[in-house]
Design a protein around this ligand. Structure first.
Ligand code: SF4
Ligand code: SF4
Length: 199
């Protein structure tokens, strides 16, 4: 399996954006003296859906680069996740299953992990295109750390979302308007295979 998923310039921009997110996160976490070390929880069991073809394809760039047997093992695990999460959703429960890419607490595709994996944790905010500001409190441990502070510093996600949308538009062009909307967990992206060829 070695199909080219993203044009080279788009793939480079995804890598740059992800690296910028990581840098912004690390700077804020350092300033707050916050880290995941010693945490009794693991956020990789949080249920998130993801919404761009760009992130889906970039995840698959990482999967494609893996040794085939390992990739198959992870995809089999993803299929179990999908079945389990569907059962929980049918019972009106929010799934809290471990991400199939988490191996002994570590991410098997760390350089290709998705945006929310990079931003969850610290307090953040974003301004929507309609001007509405949204705030995200960060994880429970970080909330405890900043509780009582008058001013809570926040990572501003706005320009990051804008670049993610811009990458999507530059890659897909007018097809973006007609393609089905993406709304998938990481496990679903893995089970479904790489996004269909967009050229
Ligand atoms: S983000 Fe917060 S809750 Fe999640 S593992 Fe790190 S410290 Fe724990
Ligand atoms: S992709 Fe990696 S960091 Fe993100 S939830 Fe899965 S194991 Fe955790």
């Amino acid at each position: 399996m070695n199909q080219e998923l993203l044009p080279a310039d788009i793939s480079r921009r995804m890598a740059q954006l992800y690296s910028d997110m990581e840098k912004a996160y690390d700077e804020l976490a350092q300033g707050l003296d916050f880290s995941c070390a010693g945490c009794p929880d693991n956020c990789c069991d949080s249920y998130f859906q993801h919404h761009t073809y760009g992130e889906w394809a970039y995840l698959w760039e990482g999967l494609q680069a893996m040794e085939e047997k390992r990739r198959e093992t992870l995809i089999a695990r993803a299929a179990e996740y999908v079945k389990g999460s569907e059962r929980m959703l049918a019972r009106d429960e929010r799934p809290n299953l471990m991400c199939p890419l988490n191996e002994n607490g570590l991410c098997a595709l760390y350089p290709h992990r998705l945006m929310i994996c990079r931003l969850h944790g610290v307090p953040s905010a974003m301004t929507r295109p309609d001007g509405k500001r949204l705030e995200f409190p960060g994880c429970f441990r970080c909330q405890e750390l900043v509780s009582g502070r008058e001013q809570v510093p926040r990572l501003d996600r706005t320009s990051m979302y804008q670049e993610l949308v811009q990458i999507e538009m530059d890659w897909l062009g007018p097809r973006r308007r007609t393609l089905p909307k993406v709304r998938m967990t990481i496990a679903e992206m893995m089970v479904k295979g790489p996004p269909p060829d967009k050229r």
